[in-house]
Design a binder for this molecule. Structure first.
Ligand SMILES: Nc1nc2c(ncn2[C@@H]2O[C@H](COP(=O)(O)OP(=O)(O)OP(=O)(O)O)[C@@H](O)[C@H]2O)c(=O)[nH]1
Ligand SMILES: [Mg+2]
Length: 426
């Protein structure tokens, strides 16, 4: 079964808590604070597995939770750092935020390198960190921060240079089977192909390209009528489209009408995809009856489209070598395959949780609280300019400043966020 779109819940492990403990030893009556730190929680890491090309593995498993870090112990023993949870996905998978639909990451980026999608919480410091000359018996330690959690959509967009598109039964699968080693199902009824097929087309000892055959498109496919709509995402990355038509006009179809129809569907699904360069592939030329098909009108229309045209026959092999060479030539001139840019910033993640913020006033001080803020504080280094900038950005984007102002906070008031105090400046 082919699955190319799933929603899953992922959560990184929480950091372990720091320990409150004191050194004990015979004859040492007042041992110093010795509470160890909590271990870090495990990250959620996505990894490309080239051996699979479907998201089927996620059909029945929707929750992925990494282990928590161990708590700190006495005698400076640190809690164990938890292992990362590795989630394997096929090549070409996009990770999207389930709430906003924004792209978080394209697994094609950086040559398919591992991607940490949720960071594990940091282990809290044990009490030994908090001893000062005036506070020799610190009776507190820090709790670990929570691991990040998200609901994400995994969407597979196959990695193919060339996409074969067209009306059902025009011979897309037949062509793919002739030019590559792929063995897709071929039959004389519509919608024989039910899921995309990939084939590697070799153009020399060490060169080649990947072609994808997608299920036949029909009118209304982009509105979800019939097959095809969901599969168009698999040609999203294609650099070149082979628009296949049946030139024998079997079933009385008109190739000009078919091209118009398919292009309308493409346009509706994605205007960007409709602009992708196309080569019109007139297939079944072995069965072409020139008395019944108006070839001059067809060629005039293709010219109007400003597309190249090639006649082939998957049955006899005619024109297929030329088709492969033409594809290779055009691909050499085209830009590299599309890699989606992330539309998601870490600030967005906090912005979504901004609603859980509370502000209360004590004289001239405004106290801001919220679990997400507490976690955020654990990640900010207040001595570092960049880190502080980030902190400010998150406060702004998550609406904390607006909330403060709505509660009457103005210039000169003090704002207190978990031990951190600053004067409010507009
Ligand atoms: N005469 C002739 N028949 C062909 C040629 N290419 C394909 N066919 C026949 O056309 C029918 C449909 O071919 P497919 O390759 O399954 O077509 P498709 O475009 O993949 O169809 P769907 O997957 O249903 O969209 C089959 O019966 C093929 O044998 C050709 O060049 N000449
Ligand atoms: Mg097919």
């Amino acid at each position: 079964m082919f699955v190319d779109n799933v929603k899953i819940y992922i959560k990184a492990g929480d950091g372990g808590n720091g320990a409150i403990a004191f050194h004990r030893e015979k004859y040492v009556s007042h041992g110093g604070p010795s509470g160890g730190d909590g271990g870090h929680g495990g990250n959620i890491v996505f990894r490309v597995d080239k051996g699979t090309n479907t998201l089927l593995a996620f059909r029945y498993k929707h929750k992925f939770i990494a282990a928590n870090g161990g708590n700190g112990k006495s005698e400076k023993f640190h809690g164990a750092t938890a292992d990362d949870l590795i989630i394997s996905v096929p090549e070409g998978t996009l990770i999207k935020d389930a709430v906003t639909g924004k792209i978080i990451h394209d697994m094609t980026e950086n040559g398919g390198a591992d991607y940490v999608c949720c960071k594990g919480g940091r282990g809290g410091w044990g009490n030994r960190h908090f001893a000062t000359p005036t506070r020799q018996i610190p009776m507190f330690a820090k709790n670990g921060t929570k691991g990040e959690e998200k609901e994400v959509i995994l969407e597979l967009k196959m990695l193919a240079d060339v996409g074969l598109i067209g009306y059902p039964s025009v011979g897309k699968s037949s062509i793919l089977s002739c030019i590559s080693a792929a063995k897709p199902k071929i039959a004389d009824y519509h919608f024989t192909t039910l899921s995309p097929n990939l084939g590697v087309v070799s153009t020399g000892a060490e060169s080649g390209f990947v072609a994808a055959d997608i299920p036949g498109l029909i009118e209304g496919a982009s509105e979800g009528l019939g097959l095809g709509h969901a599969f168009l995402r698999h040609v999203d990355r294609c650099r070149l489209l082979l628009h296949v038509v049946d030139i024998s006009c079997f079933e009385g179809r008109d190739p000009v009408e078919d091209i118009k129809l398919i292009n309308t569907e493409l346009e509706k699904y994605s205007p960007a995809l409709a602009l992708r360069p196309q080569i019109i592939v007139a297939n079944k030329c072995d069965a072409l009856d020139r008395d019944h098909v108006d070839i001059p009108a067809f060629e005039a229309y293709v010219k109007e489209l400003d597309c190249e045209l090639i006649y082939v026959s998957a049955a006899t092999g005619e024109g297929l070598d030329e088709l492969v060479s033409l594809c290779a030539e055009r691909l050499a001139e085209l830009p590299p395959m599309l890699i989606y840019e992330s539309e998601y910033t870490p600030e967005d993640a906090y912005a979504e949780k901004g609603k859980e913020t509370t502000v209360r006033r004590e004289n001239d001080t405004f106290i801001v609280e919220g679990e997400w803020l507490y976690n955020l504080m654990g990640q900010i280094n207040f001595d570092d300019y960049e880190s502080m900038n980030y902190f400010q950005k998150v406060l702004r984007n998550s609406g904390v400043f607006d909330l403060l102002e709505s509660k009457g906070c103005t210039e000169g008031h003090t704002v207190s966020i978990y031990d951190f105090e600053f004067d409010y400046v507009k």
